[in-house]
Design a protein around this ligand. Structure first.
Ligand code: SF4
Length: 324
């Protein structure tokens, strides 16, 4: 199998496009798609300047997706001082899992000369995920606690760094899975939220906005190509799966999608293009309700973060853990 571009040995056949690509041309193609997404989602506003740069906080777990995203964006804007990048890693307190990925994150950010900060559940909340799993006062899956704590820290530290955008490394497979889960669950409001929260183009941030806008510049790239990119470029990505991973439903959807993609190449891309249109319509339909909801938001009486209730979800989970 030869590369369509240069005739060297191909490392990848993208059945959805018919392309055979060598390592170098695969990497160039991945980088092109990320840069196109940055442009099409208007991530970099026209008025950003080296004196008043745009600041992006990237959630860096040390896994392949966030490592590849950080590498591509750091290289893209290496000479362009209109963008400042801060990498933020979160230590959940999972024995034998997160330490190695944090070492990978430190190596990457040292190599790229990117500012890197690590924050942990233990220091911030006085809990470790290993203990949460053992106590489990709410009788929930580990990821349900972990997701709430992670979202809270990402938001808080994006605010602390005065970020204009919060970037995450979700790839095409992640996004197509989420789209399908929302459709299967008939969750139109979640679609609307997804559209408003993370699909560009992004309007300029208003100082009164309550949340830092989120963006996913890797969302056009299939998971396998992200993994190959990390491998070809020998990036320090950590591959091991979390021992508490428990999103069984997502796992079923992932298997279903992979099977479908093999039989009908391109299905992930078509799901996403249809879903984005649907999500835009859902966002339009629920926009009035959203602003009412937004007005109902207020600071949590415990920690001050924005919530629709008196006490935010993170604080109520912490209270039940303390009582356990
Ligand atoms: Fe947390 Fe679940 Fe991810 Fe493990 S798999 S780090 S428990 S969200």
């Amino acid at each position: 199998m030869e590369c369509d571009k240069c005739g060297r040995d191909a490392v990848h056949h993208a059945a959805y496009s018919g392309a055979h690509l060598c390592g170098d041309h695969l990497c160039a193609s991945v980088e092109r798609r990320v840069r196109r997404r940055v442009r099409e989602d208007s991530l970099l506003p026209d008025d950003a300047t080296p004196e008043d740069p745009e600041r992006w906080v990237i959630g860096l777990s040390g896994g392949k997706d966030s490592v590849v995203l950080t590498q591509i964006l750091a290289e893209t804007f290496e000479q362009d001082r209109r963008v400042e990048i801060v990498a933020l890693s979160i230590h959940e307190g999972i024995e034998g899992y997160r330490d190695e990925s944090l070492t990978a994150s430190e190596r990457l950010t040292d190599d790229l000369d990117v500012v890197h900060e690590t924050v942990g559940y233990a220091e911030e909340f006085g809990v470790r995920m290993d203990d949460v799993v053992e106590d489990d006062p709410e009788n929930m899956a580990p990821c349900a606690y972990c997701g709430v704590f992670r979202r809270d820290l990402l938001e808080a530290y994006a605010e602390k760094h005065d970020a204009d955008k919060l970037l995450t490394g979700h790839n095409l497979d992640d996004e197509a899975q989420t789209a399908l889960m929302n459709v299967f669950e008939g969750d139109v409001r979640q679609m609307a939220k997804h559209f408003d929260a993370s699909l560009g183009p992004f309007p300029e941030r208003n100082p009164t906005d309550r949340f830092v806008p989120r963006a996913k510049p890797l969302r056009d790239v299939p998971e396998k190509e992200v993994a190959l990119y990390a491998h070809v470029r020998d990036l320090p990505a950590h591959i091991t799966e979390c021992p508490h991973a428990s999103e069984a439903y997502r796992g079923e959807i992932r298997d279903l999608l992979l099977e479908f993609e093999e039989r009908h190449p391109g299905v992930r891309h078509s799901i996403m293009s249809g879903y984005e249109e649907l999500a835009a319509l859902a966002a339009e339909r629920h926009r009035g309700e959203d602003s009412e909801t937004d007005e109902a938001l207020s600071p949590c009486v415990e920690c001050g973060s924005t919530t629709a209730n008196e006490v935010c979800r993170k604080c109520s989970l912490l209270a039940s853990l303390e009582a356990a």
